[in-house]
Ligand binder design. Sequence first.
Ligand code: PLP
Length: 413
Amino acid sequence: MEDQSEPTFDTLTVSEGEEPFENGSEAGDVVSPIHLASTFALPGLDAEMRLEDVDPAAGEFVYGRLSNPTRHALETRLAALEGGAHGAAFASGTAAIFTTLLAGVTPGDHVVAFEDLYAGTRRMLNDVFQSRLGVDVTYVDATDTANVAAALREETAAVWMESPTNPKLALCDIAGIADLLADRDVMFGVDNTFASPYFQRPLELGADVVAHSTTKYLNGHSDAIAGAVVTDDDALAEEIRFLQQVGVGAVSGPFDSYLVLRGMKTLAARMDRHEANAMAVAEFLDERPEVSDVYYPGLPSHPDHELAREQMSGFGGILSFELDGDIGDAKRFVEALSEFTLAVSVGGVESLIELPAAMTHEPLSPAEREALGISDTLMRVSVGIEGIDDLIADLKGGFAAMDRRQTTPSAEN
Ligand SMILES: *Cc1c(COP(=O)(O)O)cnc(C)c1O
């Protein structure tokens, strides 16, 4: 008898959307060709190809902004990995989030968002939606669902969350917030960039729409800027598609689509390794006297550890920690590292470290940073897939550089 079971997640990452002899390929390519054409020859004037009826799934393509075979393969796989019916690929995570929020709100509406949000999304909400489009925004500490409930208003049209957040790795209860919104006409969106669909699937937990910066784990190789949205809601998907193709037009190009499609094939293997390395780094840091706090959902000491165990199938590869010292110590530490590259961004195979107060969260005011608990010695680490012994040795070198200064103050006199 044929085995009728659905392919597993790991299998979908490798092949979903890339059937040989389909998707515009007659040669039987086992990977999706990069279709560069901006426009596609139509079968003839009589052919019933009204723009709205063009169906990429049936191999119909008209113009590259509307759809493209390489992007279509990517969108098909993204939808499958997040367990939704509709996927849309964008030129960046920012474009994906902007387009989704635009689909969900109109002037006069209100948005509730996690205060510990990606700094770029916060700026978008403040400086585009609030200042220019007349959409009011309330930021809440969403680690407690009651705070989300308290912020809801009659005119709340969207709730926008991340979990885990950046840079403090706080979690919100996605299923709990979905329950709270069940009887309301509110678009509940979750930016799932940090967990990736390998460790967390917000649609299954009750979110309406999931967004990604595929620049991060889904591509995984720090060589493309791209974004994605997945939803199971047909009406919302139609609105997002209209904005993606016509209203905004910030689509993922063929080459970037190909890179993300290729990167995703190794998602499961990479995420397992990212997590194992991150856990080892977190445990190592937790033991160091120079470190005052480690923020990683995989540590039992993390305030949301139990929630992480419930709503995620793994803890991810990103953590942050605070040095017991001043900005000078933080700089000496970072400058002594060689395996961890000083750079913003996360989710690539190589380990990166950054100082949020001086880099990603520098645009926020000192008061905003303080309110978010972002001190001058908070460091965010994206743990790569290198050999763990090399990573630990590198961090030890960082502490040695810091301690040398502390233990030999008179050398400078
Ligand atoms: C990087 C990132 C974004 C923005 O994505 P881009 O691809 O840089 O536009 C949004 N959300 C999170 C959580 C991110 O890490």
